[in-house]
Design a protein around this ligand. Structure first.
Ligand SMILES: *[C@@H]1O[C@H](CO)[C@@H](O)[C@H](O)[C@H]1NC(C)=O
Length: 409
């Protein structure tokens, strides 16, 4: 009961992430805070009570002015060495962030991830960085979004890191509206990575990869170029040796997949598909059709392979020719469509069909509806509810294994 009441008090105090915490406020908060903790005999509580005044002040400030949990506040003050004895410094940081359009929620989120900012010198260290962001059109919500994903960015040096990265991004002709995304991704907003990308563009050009094939604001093209040039050259050779033409639209995707798939991962994929009866040639065929297929999750692909091969009697090589089929939902698309086909077969309405079941599952919704549902609506009115997944074959006492002497597709 007491704990609950104090929690409420604490909650009331949290939104006061005010820029002018008065001495009175401070005493009041510390009082509430220590009462709250002395009422608990937790390890955490006793740990805090033993600390010298400065640390207690820091912890109380983090909890009351920035909305951190007691545990996080304690860890910030201990492990990250965030330590202050009076509110002036952190208050001035908070005030500055507010001036650049961040609200209390944004500031609280930022401090939770990067509490050290509170002991920075607001005017000397933080102001120039915020001014820079503002000069490139970033403040308020844009800035808050960047901090949400890249909370440490304000700890980077403006002259050694932030500005040079931005300058390289400009030379890479990344459009203005994509820039917040790049800045918010700490893997991409990195001087080494950006320099690599700039150096690797000529490597692609030397192989006649058209510039339109790799818009650099698309993260995976960018990532394919983020490695050192020797590695990128080797990857380009490997992709070409697999039969991709540099002028084709799949070339860069293949380069991306090759860049991020190490030998053991590749081997593991190979084994997975081998188990389902694919030869190495089949895997390469699928990879050439859709390079991103190498990134499909095995857990997700497994039941689909099982269904097509064991229930629908497809040949492994047929599946390899259309790897996209493995991205379709088993419950929403594959099973309903196959159920419609199977029912039509068992009723003798489809005797011969020129298209393979894989092609049928692949075709668009409208085509399927017209050809297999509307056409037979009179004879089998349930087809639509089967296609919509509302009814299953089981309701007709049928299963996929039951071929009923009907010629297989
Ligand atoms: C701060 O702004 C975000 C939107 O960016 C909003 O969701 C949130 O409620 C705001 N918080 C406060 C305390 O105004």
């Amino acid at each position: 009961m007491f704990g609950l009441c104090c929690k409420r008090l604490q909650l009331l105090l949290v939104p006061s992430c005010s820029t002018c915490v008065t001495h009175f406020d401070y005493i009041q908060k510390t009082l509430v805070f220590s009462r709250y903790h002395s009422s608990k005999s937790s390890v955490l509580g006793s740990e805090i009570d033993d600390k010298p005044q400065g640390q207690s002040f820091t912890v109380a400030y983090l909890i009351n002015s920035c909305g951190l949990s007691p545990r996080l506040a304690l860890s910030a003050s201990k492990k990250m060495r965030v330590h202050f004895e009076s509110p002036e410094k952190p208050d001035s940081v908070i005030k500055l962030l507010k001036n650049y359009g961040l609200n209390e929620t944004h500031i609280s989120q930022l401090v939770k991830k990067c509490p050290i900012l509170l002991i920075y010198n607001a005017d000397k260290t933080l102001l120039p960085k915020l001014e820079f962001f503002s000069s490139i059109g970033l403040s308020g919500t844009d800035l808050a979004r960047i901090f949400r994903f890249n909370a440490n960015i304000l700890t980077l040096s403006l002259d050694a890191s932030i500005r040079p990265c931005y300058d390289i991004m400009k030379t890479l002709q990344i459009p203005q509206e994509k820039i917040p995304y790049f800045i918010s991704n700490y893997h991409l907003f990195n001087a080494k990575v950006l320099t690599n990308v700039a150096r690797n563009i000529p490597v692609l050009k030397a192989h006649d990869v058209p510039q339109s094939s790799f818009p650099l604001w698309v993260p995976f093209y960018f990532t394919a170029l983020a490695f050192d040039s020797e590695k990128v050259k080797a990857n380009v050779k490997r992709v070409m040796s697999m039969g991709f033409l540099p002028s084709s639209t799949t070339f860069m995707r293949a380069l991306y997949v090759i860049s991020v798939t190490d030998a053991s991962k590749w081997e593991q994929k190979m084994e997975f598909y081998n188990k389902w009866g694919w030869t190495e040639h089949d895997v390469l065929l699928a990879f050439r059709k859709n390079p991103l297929f190498m990134a499909f999750s095995e857990k997700n692909a497994s039941p689909k392979m099982e269904f097509f091969l064991n229930k629908m009697g497809c040949q492994p090589a047929d599946l390899a020719g259309r790897p996209d089929i493995l991205t379709y939902s088993l419950e929403k698309r594959i099973i309903p469509r196959c159920s419609v086909i199977r029912l039509l077969q068992l009723k003798g309405l489809i005797v011969r069909e020129d298209l393979s079941i894989i092609t049928i599952v692949h075709k668009n919704e409208k085509w399927f509806l017209e050809r297999f549902v509307i056409k037979y609506q009179e004879q089998v009115p349930e087809l639509l509810s089967i296609l919509q997944g509302k009814k299953g074959l089981a309701e007709f006492g049928l299963g996929f294994d039951e071929r009923g002497g009907v010629k297989q597709l």
